[in-house]
Design a protein around this ligand. Structure first.
Ligand code: NAD
Length: 296
């Protein structure tokens, strides 16, 4: 069993840390929020007073933080992970961050003798609690094999996507597909309404035809056809509009810096930004249908 430092005990990090505790590791946690620290202690974890204290002597460090600047600060600032973790420690960043920051922090880690993987997740807070997350892992073969047993204790599926940064690349490419496809499905329902085509009938046809996709058949944005979709509970998330917007912006930043043409991704980011600015950031992202059918 390992001594694991866990930095960032929010909606995702806390349940992931609980699963590492259940697996028998010693988890020393740090978060800026006292409530998160108290919750970790209740689950049997050890509370640290700072990033450096948590990482001090740790063989493994897991980070689950909001954005690239937080990740770089937690690893690179004086007295933090690079200055305190055990020599050669395994560093796992599961935050969703920009590809450039992921690559920069991996290179800085290697220069200090550490092994770092970018390992963002899909599966949401439910998957984090149930230990069924999917990890997309960027890093060397050696880093992947060292990380695999820990990731398997927090998730169900682990995909090695390639070298540093490719985990983040996989995450934002996937979520760009999702953001665009949800808008496509929403526009189809809006057009169906105007044409007098019953929503359930459109679902019956498209769910078994070439328009079939996850946004339609699992996460249908209108109430009725898929009783478990957020549309049936007033769009309580789920996966919030502001989370989708964050990932679409990351995809646009990566497209700009790599020279990829992603015009539908750009439009999806703009539509989600408008919808969020109208006060809908907390709703499930499938609520974008309200914009198309004229309800939001
Ligand atoms: P969150 O805001 O609930 O948690 C982030 C935590 O990091 C907070 O508790 C905050 O206090 C802490 N933090 C920030 N700066 C810190 C620092 N310097 N030192 C210590 N702690 C610090 O966010 P979340 O929902 O847990 O998401 C975390 C990451 O996972 C994000 O990158 C997000 O995009 C990604 N993600 C979230 C979901 C989801 O459904 N919530 C799904 C997939 C991926």
């Amino acid at each position: 069993m390992s001594r694991i430092a866990f930095i960032g005990l929010g909606n995702m990090g806390l349940p992931m840390a609980r699963n590492l505790l259940k697996a028998g590791h010693t988890v020393v946690g740090f978060d800026l929020s006292p409530q998160s620290l108290a919750a970790l202690a209740e689950a049997g974890g050890v509370i640290a007073g700072s990033v450096g204290d948590a990482a001090s002597g740790a063989e493994v460090v897991v980070t689950m933080l909001p954005a690239g600047r937080h990740v770089r600060g937690v690893y690179e600032d004086a007295g933090n992970v690079f200055d305190t973790a055990a020599p050669g420690a395994l560093l796992i960043d599961s935050s969703t961050i920009d590809v450039d920051s992921a690559r920069a922090v991996a290179a800085a880690a290697a220069a200090r003798g550490f092994v770092l993987v970018d390992a963002p997740v899909s599966g949401g807070t439910g998957g984090a609690a149930a230990g069924t997350l999917t990890f997309m892992v960027g890093g060397s073969d050696e880093a992947m094999e060292r990380a695999r047993p820990y990731l398997a204790q927090m998730g169900k599926t682990v995909v090695h996507t390639g070298g540093p940064g490719t985990g983040q690349a996989a995450k934002i490419c996937n979520n760009m597909i999702l953001g665009i496809s949800m808008i496509a499905v929403s526009e189809a329902f809006a057009l169906a309404d105007k044409l007098g085509l019953d929503r359930q009938k459109l679902f019956d046809v498209s769910s078994t035809s070439s328009g079939q996709c996850w946004s339609l058949t699992t996460y249908c944005p209108v109430p009725g056809p898929v009783p478990t979709s957020p549309a049936n509970r007033d769009y309580a998330p789920g996966f919030a509009v502001d989370m989708m917007l964050k990932d679409l912006k990351l995809a646009q930043a990566a497209a700009a810096s790599s020279g990829a043409a992603t015009p539908l991704g750009a439009n999806a980011a703009a539509l989600y930004a408008l919808f969020s600015a109208a006060g809908n950031g907390h709703l499930d992202f499938s609520a974008i249908v309200k914009m198309m059918v004229g309800e939001g």
